[in-house]
Design a protein around this ligand. Structure first.
Ligand code: NAD
Length: 478
């Protein structure tokens, strides 16, 4: 089945000749054929968005959120089907997939509050008889570019807020996982949005290049790896567009000797190996402070040995496959590099009882990892956890601060002083205290720091209203 785009309220055949197979990463079964669209399709979507914008921005915000109420209801009704689609195309298990669907629904719920959240400010008598107010106005057509790891959630970080503000929108799903977004658009078509307000165009790099250079598109929300985030940020900014580009991660977890160890080790195991490590918030390097190293290592090892690996659509499976054969090769290459550079591989997920088909790698644990090793520097985005010994919290913070990426970082401790020092000093913009995955909350902003984020206004929460609107100041005397 070759997938269609959704442009101007219609399912539309792609003009692009090139396409890719969409695979179930657990079985290698071909699920669909995704067209690799480019200028023509993005242009059609941008024009449809531009035409729709005039009427949509004049629609009162209380009316603009009505289709989002519908979308919330439809997503609730189809949540199981959505989760199953996420599992089929991405590989994460059904429980993880359902978790991501629920977080997506929360975005819609928060955006429904836009009549309050979009309010401006006013001040009477800024001079005698002169009043002043600041209004938020939508800008036009926005687009989002999504990664493969949360297909039913990441587009929802953006479009509900953008369209509630009165903009029109183009979603470009990851070409590796287009089916969850397709299903969301099948629900969107019944929600009552006017044609052209919400559009979806499939594709990869060519579609992204068409988005960042298109003169109608006013702003771009990107989520993916840091090298591509930086390209999208620079090229969009050069074209005068607003841009927020969320990039990759290398997340450090600090364990203090006073931590509640059972709780801590369960949380780190879930953080590192949930979604097969394909999360921008996954624990990657554990820094053990003082004398807790051996207890942490042994406790993690014992828990990791119990992780069941297999097709995430089946009951009892903790960890599904990686997304593709190419990504599996990359992860295996990094594991080998860890061994070659002298880290101690104490659990080797390349061995063992893995399904014959599918892109599976079992959990891997490296000990005696030093900051200069490749596995301590590069984002692996797979089921590989490293442990390093540090003497105190200062040294742990120094190691984390030296890394160019700063998406998320957590501390496990029962000391309020250590927790306060950590949250004050750490660079990462998602900081966890006794939390393994400092996850995005729909009502707060979300995005990394340093090389994990390019831009200034982050995703969702109140920051979405700054990103998707312009503020006009009106000064009046009557
Ligand atoms: P990716 O950068 O390969 O792809 C992201 C998007 O960019 C896709 O839609 C893809 O079609 C497009 N793309 C890929 N290469 C391109 C190129 N050269 N030029 C233009 N566009 C291109 O990322 P991915 O592999 O899909 O996702 C995994 C990455 O995303 C990881 O680095 C992960 O940390 C990151 N991520 C970050 C967050 C966050 O919130 N910061 C959330 C999820 C994923």
């Amino acid at each position: 089945m070759r997938l269609d785009n959704y442009i101007n309220g219609q399912w539309t055949k792609a003009e692009a000749a090139a396409s890719l197979d969409v695979l179930n990463p657990a079985t290698e079964e071909v699920l669909a054929e995704v067209p690799l669209c480019g200028d023509a399709e993005i242009d059609a979507a941008a024009r449809a968005g531009q035409v729709a914008f005039d009427g949509w921005r004049r629609t009162p915000v209380v009316d603009r959120v009505q289709p989002l109420y519908e979308l919330k209801q439809l997503m609730e009704r189809h949540a199981k089907e959505l989760a199953a689609t996420v599992t089929r195309e991405n590989g994460k298990n059904l429980e993880e997939a359902m978790g991501s669907v629920r977080r997506g629904i929360q975005m819609v719920e928060v955006a429904i509050g836009s009549p309050s959240l979009m309010m401006g400010q006013a001040l009477e008598d800024v001079a005698r008889g002169v009043d002043c107010m600041s209004l938020r106005q939508p800008l036009g057509v926005f687009a989002c570019i999504a990664p493969f790891n949360f297909p039913a959630m990441v587009p929802l970080w953006f479009f509900p807020f953008a369209v509630a503000c009165g903009n029109s929108f183009i979603v470009k799903p990851s070409e590796q996982v287009p089916l969850s977004t397709k299903l969301i658009f099948e629900l969107i078509q019944d929600c009552g949005f006017p044609p052209g307000v919400l559009n979806m165009v499939h594709g990869g790099r060519e579609a992204v290049e068409a988005i960042v250079t298109h003169p109608i598109i006013k702003g771009v929300s990107f989520v993916g790896s840091s090298p591509v985030a930086e390209i999208v940020y620079r090229s969009s900014a050069q074209q005068g567009k607003r841009v927020q580009a969320l990039g990759g991660a290398k997340n450090f977890i600090v364990v203090m000797p006073d931590a509640d160890m059972d709780y801590t080790l369960d949380a780190i195991t879930a953080s590192a190996f949930g979604c097969c490590g394909e999360r921008c918030l996954a624990a990657s390097v554990v820094l053990t402070v003082g004398d807790c190293h051996d207890e942490v290592r042994d406790g993690l090892l014992a828990r990791m040995k119990k992780i069941t690996v297999g097709d995430g659509s089946q009951p009892g499976i903790d960890m599904g496959p990686l997304i593709s054969a190419a990504h599996k090769q990359r992860v295996l290459g990094l594991i080998q590099k860890g061994v070659d550079e002298g880290a101690k591989l104490i659990l080797d997920g390349r061995d063992g009882d893995l399904p014959a088909k599918g892109f599976f790698v079992g959990p891997c644990l490296f000990d005696e990892v030093t900051p200069e090793m490749t596995i301590a520097r590069e984002e692996i985005f797979g089921p590989v956890l490293s442990i390093s010994r540090v003497k105190d919290l200062d040294e742990a913070l120094t190691v984390a601060k030296r890394h160019p990426l700063a998406n998320a970082s957590s501390i496990f401790t029962t000391s309020g002083k250590a927790a306060r020092t950590f949250q004050y000093e750490v660079d990462a913009s998602m900081a966890g205290v006794n939390i393994g995955v400092a996850a995005p909350m729909a009502f707060f902003g979300f995005g990394g720091a340093k090389g994990s984020f390019f831009g200034d206004l982050k995703a969702h929460g109140r920051e979405a209203y700054d990103f998707y609107t312009d503020r006009k100041v009106v000064i009046s005397r009557w």
